[in-house]
Design a binder for this molecule. Structure first.
Ligand code: DX5
Ligand code: ZN
Length: 215
């Protein structure tokens, strides 16, 4: 069954706790939390204190997407704040394998993400260390961008790589996901659909989430 992870980047930040409850009550599997440092991407969002503050509003799985330059410095803060999954970028600086190992040691689920222009081969050496590959279908940094058409092909290629690895790894897709692009990604092999602007602009996201989960 497909999992749906609304991206809180498109929520009303003035009432993040209530927005998290809304997402939870809409039947979402995970809440996707986009952390941006203004360096790895040209935008700033929030850090571990905000994750900790909203943690008490819901038991939903927290899928933390770190778009930050040197992630190993911060993984413990996010683990302590209540993250369940912590994903770092293959393009980031510093010790990426060390960051993934540290996430595992902290009892959390590690993920690796790659940008639209990053070749799928770049993640091969990390597959032994992760439980999730997050395929970006927009250049990270902002919600509401257009889906990049090379996404489904990359997902299919990563699905083959994972099958060859013999490990059980989820493929998530993030950026420009709506009913049409999401279905194409699921058909290509995606397990988790991350969607921000499309879901949050719906008055009630529950029926859409229910539909996607059946794909
Ligand atoms: C982009 C973020 C995404 C973003 C997706 O940098 O990683 O999670 O919130 O937003 P939409 O679904 O609007 O493209
Ligand atoms: Zn994201």
């Amino acid at each position: 069954m497909v999992k749906v992870a609304p991206s809180m980047l498109s929520a009303d930040f003035s009432k993040l706790g209530q927005e998290l409850v809304r997402v939870t009550e809409s039947g979402a599997d995970w809440a996707h939390l986009d952390v941006m440092d203004g360096m790895f991407v040209p935008n700033l969002t929030f850090g571990a204190p905000v994750v900790k503050a909203i943690r008490k509003h819901s038991d939903i799985t927290f899928d933390v997407h770190l778009m930050i330059q040197d992630p190993i410095r911060y993984v413990k803060d996010f683990a302590d704040a209540g993250a369940d999954w912590i994903t770092v970028h293959v393009e980031a600086d510093g010790d990426i394998k060390g960051a993934l190992k540290k996430i595992r040691e902290l009892g959390k689920r590690p993920g690796i993400s790659l940008n639209p222009d990053t070749p799928v081969e770049s993640i091969k050496d990390y597959l032994a260390l992760v439980d999730q590959v997050l395929v970006m279908t927009v250049q990270p940094g902002f919600g509401g961008q257009k889906f990049r058409e090379n996404g489904p092909g990359k997902i299919a290629a990563i699905r083959k790589m994972i099958d060859g690895s013999g490990r059980d790894i989820l493929i998530s897709v993030d950026g420009g996901i709506n009913r049409e692009t999401g279905k194409r990604c699921v058909d290509a092999g995606a397990d988790v659909l991350v969607a921000g602007s499309y879901l949050f602009k719906l008055g009630d996201m529950a029926p859409e989430i229910a539909l996607w989960k059946q794909w």
